[in-house]
Design a protein around this ligand. Structure first.
Ligand code: HEM
Length: 114
């Protein structure tokens, strides 16, 4: 299950970068389709994450991991939408990098995985 979880967020990360490049390149249709596939992967990240740890949801560190996982997804979506609308993404990028780094640390230091 950990592999499925890592695969889903790794693929989501790649799709996220593709969406940003397509948006920047003005390829609206491609960006839209990729963004929809990306949203499916958001769901898969949450499902595989919950499969890993929903029974541990009352454990503070696991609850934090799950909440921050959803926060990271929210930040990715905000960056994608704000990039499309031409709004500033600096603040959201900073938050994304910080929370992402922290969640990687948290995920790998929690006991169940690799
Ligand atoms: C983009 C978002 C996310 C990233 C980058 C991420 C990253 C990770 C990483 C690196 C691990 C450790 C895997 C291992 O040790 O082999 C992990 C495990 C885990 N993740 Fe996520 N995750 C994300 C979203 C979520 C979400 C949304 C949930 C729950 C709703 C969740 C729940 C869990 C649980 C329960 C574990 C098991 C922890 C353990 O090893 O004991 N994650 N995640």
């Amino acid at each position: 299950m950990t592999h499925a979880h890592i695969s889903t967020w790794a693929i989501a990360l790649i799709l996220f970068v593709v969406v940003l490049f397509l948006t920047k390149a003005g390829k609206e249709k491609g960006a839209k389709i990729t963004a929809m596939i990306l949203r499916v992967f958001y769901i898969l990240i949450v499902v595989t994450g919950l499969q890993l740890g929903w029974t541990l949801i009352t454990n503070g560190q696991y609850a934090l991991k799950m909440v921050l996982g959803i926060v990271v997804i929210g930040l990715m979506e905000m960056i994608a939408v704000r990039t499309r609308k031409g709004k500033s993404t600096v603040v959201v990028w900073v938050l994304f990098v910080v929370v992402f780094a922290y969640i990687l640390h948290l995920g790998f230091s929690l006991p169940m995985g690799m």
